[in-house]
Write a protein that binds this ligand. Structure first.
Ligand code: MN
Length: 206
């Protein structure tokens, strides 16, 4: 998984954003990045470090902590903060300045094999993002040899269901509320048209 450059010794660190904080323009401006990356994402990392200090989870890869705490009632706080750290690390890389457009050829072929058209794939992603009730995530994943769209609630991540994430869209209100208020559809469609990083998704196929 190309998402694990976030540990330093036994402490997780907030990975650097892969672009400047104003690079995503008016869809996700610097003010939203300041709260979402600087406060929410950073908060999950800091909470995780506090929760796992001195435990058997200290120093483990994030994916292993997620796998070992998923579904365990007494480990909910560790799971939530580990998964939210992972999800946000993945989310920022699922976006890029001047994104959208056409996926790389290999990914496009897979999209067409699974959804018939790129447009149908985008519509499914938008529908998953819109119908996730409350907080959560919409994902493009590999399910065996096929691509699929899934949604998860709160901190849940498709890794725990044996699915391989290719890209994600955060639909927690904190991801869009400063700019879009209640208009989640406008945020999601703007991401799919202008910011989604198909190259990142293609890299994750391998
Ligand atoms: Mn978020």
């Amino acid at each position: 998984m190309k998402n694990d450059k976030s540990a330093s010794g036994s402490q997780y660190i907030l990975p650097a954003l892969p672009y400047a904080d104003n690079a995503l323009g008016s869809i996700i401006p610097a003010a939203t990045i300041g709260f979402h990356y600087g406060k929410h994402h950073n908060g999950y990392v800091e909470n995780l470090n506090k929760l796992i200090a001195g435990t058997e989870y200290s120093g483990l890869p994030l994916e292993k902590i997620i796998a070992e705490t998923a579904g365990k009632a007494d480990k909910t706080a560790i799971f939530n903060n580990a998964a939210q750290t992972w999800n946000h690390n993945f989310y920022w890389r699922s976006l890029r300045p001047d994104g959208g457009g056409k996926p790389p050829a290999g990914l496009l072929l897979k999209i067409e094999a699974s959804f018939e058209t790129l447009d149908a794939c985008k519509k499914e992603l938008a529908a998953a993002a819109m119908t996730q009730f409350g907080s959560g995530w919409a994902w493009l994943v590999m399910d065996g040899s096929k691509l699929a769209v899934v949604k998860t609630a709160n901190a849940d991540v498709p890794l725990t269901k044996g699915l391989k994430p290719l890209l994600t869209i955060d639909v927690w209100e904190h991801a869009y509320y400063l700019e879009f208020q209640n208009r989640r559809a406008d945020y999601v469609n703007a991401i799919l048209d202008k910011l989604i990083n198909w190259s990142f998704a293609a890299d994750n196929l391998e």
